[in-house]
Design a binder for this molecule. Structure first.
Ligand SMILES: [Fe+2]
Length: 331
């Protein structure tokens, strides 16, 4: 059996810095029940929030200034490359890698790279290939055309797999660009911990309301056929150990929000944060050989126009993982 070793950050502390989650001074029964159900660690205290949050936000602002790491060989990351990726993930929950020789990067190389970041085989879905990677390209097949990722249409803010059960939560995601569109197709992303902090600063009731286990319900996927996926309820914000995770979609259809005025206010405030905090949103258009790895942060995509030349259309490989990059290990 191969030994597993936690990824070190060199001179930087390897301990993930998480700003403490809020514990309101006066909790209503509803809030207390919601926090208990969401599993937010009880040892986190409100009086640490400001200090932790200011530091976290400052590191995020610095981190998004330079998210890219050049990779010589995705089959074998160097210690410096691993360190550079790890620091970016620690500070922003995301990183962009740029392979020096894009033409040599096949899907096996992508799997090798993500494996070195602690991610296993991608979670499969109706449209993924046998290796678990999905080929995001315009696809008019009966199965694919029901889903926006396989069109050239814009995609609103969401986290991947927001319709999954908690047992199959998508905690990390990788996007690797083989070919960009002829024009547009730009991504926008925002660290979910920053979203949480901004929302909490707005009103601590909002983060509590969206941590309720029945805050967001996705109806059964009837279109995909009987029994493919039943109705799924869950929180927007929850914890896996001490790692915050988020499930969210800005879609108006096929989302049932809990009938609760605070949930309604919280969703409106969350949408405003994503749409109005431009200086905290990462905007990036992936080029050939470039890829994004992230802890399933909320993201959106511009629509795009493809080349009409055969073999020149936009192609992005996508992997979704039930592990998080915050547990990055070396094998
Ligand atoms: Fe996505």
């Amino acid at each position: 059996m191969l030994s597993r070793q936690r990824l070190e950050f060199g001179s930087v502390s390897a301990t993930p810095t998480r700003y403490p989650a809020p514990v309101p001074l006066f909790e209503s029964q509803t809030t207390r029940a919601a926090r208990t159900q969401s599993g937010i660690p009880a040892h986190l205290r409100e009086d640490n929030f400001s200090r932790g949050w200011d530091d976290r936000l400052a590191r995020y602002r610095r981190g998004i200034e330079d998210l890219s790491v050049e990779i010589a060989d995705p089959l074998k990351l160097s210690a410096n490359e691993r360190h550079a990726l790890a620091v970016r993930v620690r500070d922003t929950n995301m990183a962009v890698y740029r392979c020096r020789q894009p033409e040599n990067v096949d899907r096996a190389a992508i799997q090798a790279l993500t494996s070195q970041l602690g991610l296993g085989k991608p979670d499969s879905n109706l449209c993924s290939a046998n290796d678990g990677l999905s080929e995001l390209e315009v696809n008019h097949s009966a199965t694919h055309q029901r889903y926006i990722p396989y069109s050239n249409r814009p995609m609103g803010w969401h986290t991947d797999g927001y319709y999954h059960t908690p047992e199959r939560a998508i905690r990390a995601m990788a996007l690797h660009c083989v070919r960009p569109a002829m024009s547009d197709g730009t991504l926008q992303l925002m660290d979910h911990e920053i979203v949480f902090g901004l929302l909490h600063r707005c009103d601590s009731r909002y983060t509590a309301a969206l941590s309720q286990s029945d805050a967001m319900t996705i109806p059964a996927n009837e279109a995909a056929g009987p029994g493919v996926r039943g109705s799924v309820s869950g929180p927007v914000f929850s914890y896996n150990g001490d790692a915050l995770q988020m499930r969210y979609s800005a879609r108006k259809r096929n989302i049932i929000w809990k009938s609760d005025p605070v949930v309604g206010e919280a969703i409106a405030a969350l949408a405003e944060i994503l749409d109005s905090c431009a200086e905290l949103v990462v905007t990036h258009r992936l080029l050939p050989g470039e890829g994004l790895v992230c802890n399933n942060v909320p993201h959106r995509r511009d629509g795009f126009t493809d080349s009409s030349q055969p073999g020149c259309a936009r192609l992005i490989y996508r992997g979704r993982y039930t592990q998080a990059l915050t547990t990055m290990v070396l094998r």
